[in-house]
Write a protein that binds this ligand. Structure first.
Ligand SMILES: Cc1ncc(COP(=O)(O)O)c(C=O)c1O
Length: 395
């Protein structure tokens, strides 16, 4: 009976792996090539034809003669789960790359009213630790060579801290995260869940480099002789590996997923790692692609992870942000960002974080004048911002 469920599950979702598994000589047989999902479904309450039907006598009669999977039930487990069957030894192996990219979603006319202006949303919330920062954390950790007894410490408004802590846990390295005040409670709760030592600092969501708040605390822990070199910081604000992560993964993924057919790239700016890495890669492939940055419209905002760079004194710019790449910079308010996020959830069923809302708002506003294809980064999903969203849900 279990075999009958296995077939519909594999239908579509893992069809190629399944078919090639069969070709490799597994003992299941397809008797006449007709699939269960192509069969008329007798039960009208289950008529979307996924093949997942109630195990009624009728269905057993349909499927039984077509698929004789008894052999598969007896197969050795190594025959079923091959190397490329998405079975991994470490959570770190789930970090995406051009051969295993995060998905993109084409937004429909209920959200995007501009015919001729296509919007593709790259869903970074589907990364293993829930945000685009998984890539950055992975690259930065790869580049660090810790000595015996050393610990990691990093200033983070949440996402980098979560990814770094998860990866550090997976390799057994102790870690402390300095979080500015104003970081959503959900993010702090996740850091606690992961067991990170939290240093809560009286600060803003986007601390000013290099002396204040969370960044200042981390800087002193790394440099102070009192700690005797115990702490090492990956330093997402200055690490070229932050840019490299996107130059080597996010950028090439976008290029492949669109076959190079892209006119605009939108990303919000925090450290500037995403827009600098992807922007550099895309401009090298095609200098005509327009790179558009999105920032909060004021310095004090609720778009956790972002930095307002307009009017920021020169000495406070994130050193890795390559401003030469930016063709345009759009400012978005908290309300515009959260409302765009809510509208996306209610038109497309996709629940994104508020920085994605900011990028969506910018892309839709500019889209009225544009044609072509835009790729937007959705940096994370809505789960960490439920209490922030709640302020806008009654309107
Ligand atoms: C939710 C979210 N969106 C956007 C960004 C900005 O990304 P970047 O630091 O690569 O500029 C961040 C950075 O932390 C973030 O957490």
């Amino acid at each position: 009976m279990a075999a009958l469920y296995l077939v519909p599950y594999l239908e579509g979702r893992r069809e190629d792996a399944f078919e090639s598994h069969l070709r490799k000589g597994a003992s299941a047989e397809i008797s006449d090539g007709v699939r269960p999902a192509q069969q008329p479904v007798d039960d009208h309450r289950c008529n979307w034809n996924t093949g997942i039907t109630k195990p009624s006598a009728v269905n057993v009669a349909h499927i039984g003669p077509l698929y004789r999977l008894v052999g598969l039930m007896n197969a050795r487990v190594e025959e079923i789960f091959r190397d490329d069957d998405q079975v991994f030894d470490s959570i770190a192996d789930l970090i995406p790359n051009p051969d295993n990219p995060t998905p993109m979603l084409r937004l429909g006319p209920r959200f995007n009213p501009h015919a001729g202006y296509e919007i593709l949303l790259k869903l970074e919330g589907m990364n293993p630790f829930g945000s685009i920062k998984d890539r950055t954390a992975y690259f930065m950790l790869k580049g660090l060579h810790l000595k015996e007894g050393q610990s990691l410490v990093e200033p983070s408004a949440g996402n980098t801290g979560i990814a770094l802590t998860a990866l550090a846990n997976a390799q057994g390295t102790p870690i402390e995260i300095a979080v500015p005040e104003g970081v959503p409670e959900e993010k702090k709760a996740l850091l606690r869940l992961l067991g990170a030592e939290l240093i809560e600092v009286d600060d803003e969501l986007c601390p000013i480099f290099p002396s204040e708040g969370a960044r200042g605390v981390v800087k002193s822990m790394v440099e102070s002789e009192a700690y005797g070199g115990q702490y090492v910081s990956p330093n997402q604000y200055e690490s070229e590996l932050n840019v490299a992560a996107h130059y080597h993964t996010t950028g090439p993924e976008i290029w492949r997923q669109t076959n190079g057919n892209i006119d605009y790239f939108f990303a919000s700016i925090g450290t500037g790692g995403t827009i600098s890495g992807v922007g550099r890669f895309l401009k090298e492939m095609n200098p005509n692609i327009r790179i558009i940055g999105v920032e909060p419209d004021k310095r004090h905002h609720r778009l956790s992870g972002l930095k307002r760079i307009t009017d920021l004194p020169e000495e406070h710019f994130p050193t890795i942000l390559d401003r030469e790449l930016l063709d345009d910079l759009v400012s978005v308010s908290d309300e515009e960002a959260f409302k765009a996020g809510i509208r996306l959830a209610r038109t497309e069923g996709v629940m994104v974080g508020p920085t994605t809302g900011a990028v969506l708002h910018a892309a839709i506003e500019s889209g009225a004048a544009d044609t072509g294809r835009a790729v937007l980064i959705s940096a994370d999903n809505a789960a960490k911002y439920i209490s922030d969203y709640a302020r806008y849900l009654d309107d």
